[in-house]
Write a protein that binds this ligand. Structure first.
Ligand code: AMP
Length: 376
């Protein structure tokens, strides 16, 4: 039975990073209380939570405690061991359950699920042994991308294979890790759609976002994406159909490659996503509020873009530059979001800045000027 969770109920969040923090900011605005489970103390989410439990994500006693004290529990990242969530899901109310984690934390299961649901990905193969690897590379050919099946993020656990010269390194990786090999997609653009599905079954997709990565880490996201209306509608339909066919609840972020008029799904994340952060400032509802609505059984809002926007990710090495620019009148109207991380570590996401303009051309010029001397 669908439960409706109203404020001032307590929402538990497994994971204490920036995604949990931004979910909690939305939830607190609506009047919910927040409990967090995260191994380290004073995490970005713990800083704004009512209750903090410090324990490993697979500590079943701590997970059960969280479920017992919360009216509803959700999660903010996909690498929580799914079996731990499965073991405690009957203790309390965790409407998403363990299935989204099970699918998303294994690239092979994820690609199989996408294809079984009727959508396309790059060609891929399981490479659990050297023999399978040799067969796969002869079928897929170069260029290809080798990825660890689990545990990779932001380009970590990924190797590009251009020719036989890369075989030696690849074989060493395959000996150590269970991998997947994918054909390299010569994409025109990268895009993503964030879609939410409520416990009631109501589904709403945000408009398609255009993404630019640098060193495999998201650099900028722009809404609306510069794609034609047919492709934009196709991306939103894909997202709504995929979450329904996979029968998932909560938020699903779908990263895609745009190749001509085709869309290939690259990756799924069963949570709000970095490419959806700009919805906080440029849409009538943010991905975080929509997520809270979805897990609380509340009606979803049909997302609309209020103004074109670009989000610039701030990694540790970008903070000094961004702060300096943000103090100047040219960029002072950028919406700054800092995550309360202890240190500004290189290549770690510590905040973001979202710029809004009335028209897409002015936005493009402003972001280009802002990024002219952006540190690498
Ligand atoms: P992922 O961790 O799978 O999201 O990959 C990170 C980034 O690497 C993607 O956003 C792409 O820019 C690039 N990438 C990953 N897989 C492929 C592929 N099969 N073909 C082309 N580029 C890829």
């Amino acid at each position: 039975m669908t439960k409706i969770i109203l404020p001032p109920a307590t929402i538990g969040i497994i994971g204490g990073g920036q995604l949990g923090r931004m979910m909690a900011i939305s939830a607190r605005q609506m009047g919910y209380k927040i409990a967090v489970l995260e191994p380290g103390e004073d995490s970005p989410l713990a800083q704004i939570s009512d209750i903090e439990i410090n324990a490993a994500y697979d500590d079943e006693v701590a997970l059960a405690d969280l479920l017992a004290i919360c009216d509803v529990v959700t999660y903010e990242f996909e690498n929580i061991p799914y079996a731990a969530v499965q073991a405690v899901e009957n203790v309390g109310y965790i409407p998403q359950g363990h299935r989204p984690l099970m699918i998303a934390q294994n690239r092979l299961r994820e690609k199989d699920a996408i294809n079984e649901a009727g959508f396309n990905t790059a060609p891929y193969a399981d490479v659990s042994t050297e023999e399978k690897f040799r067969t796969a590379i002869s079928e897929i050919g170069y260029p290809a991308v080798l990825k660890t099946v689990s545990g990779g993020y932001d380009g970590k656990g990924q190797w590009s294979l251009k020719s036989d010269e890369d075989l030696l390194q690849a074989l060493a990786v395959v000996k150590e890790h269970h991998c997947i090999i994918e054909g390299f997609v010569p994409f025109d653009k990268e895009a993503s759609v964030i879609v939410a599905r409520s416990t009631t079954g109501e589904t709403r997709a945000f408009p398609v976002v255009e993404n630019v990565h640098f060193n495999s880490i998201l650099h900028t996201s722009t809404l609306p994406a510069n794609v034609d209306a047919v492709l934009a509608a196709k991306a939103q339909d894909l997202a709504e159909n995929l979450i329904e066919r996979l029968d998932l609840v909560g938020t699903l972020a779908i990263e895609m490659f745009v190749v001509g008029s085709e869309l290939l799904v690259n990756e799924l994340a069963p949570r709000p996503h970095n490419s959806g952060h700009l919805t906080i400032d440029c849409c009538n509802v943010s991905q975080f509020e929509q997520h809270i609505r979805a897990v609380c059984g509340l009606p979803l809002i049909e997302p609309e873009i209020l103004q074109p926007a670009t989000m610039v990710n701030l990694l540790g090495q970008h903070v000094d530059y961004a702060m300096e620019m943000w103090q100047t009148s040219a960029y002072a109207d950028g919406y700054l979001h800092m995550y309360g991380k202890e240190e500004n570590k290189r290549d770690r996401k510590v905040g973001h800045l979202t710029f809004l303009e009335k028209d897409a051309t002015a936005l493009k010029a402003k972001v280009a000027a802002f990024l002219t001397n952006f540190p690498k």
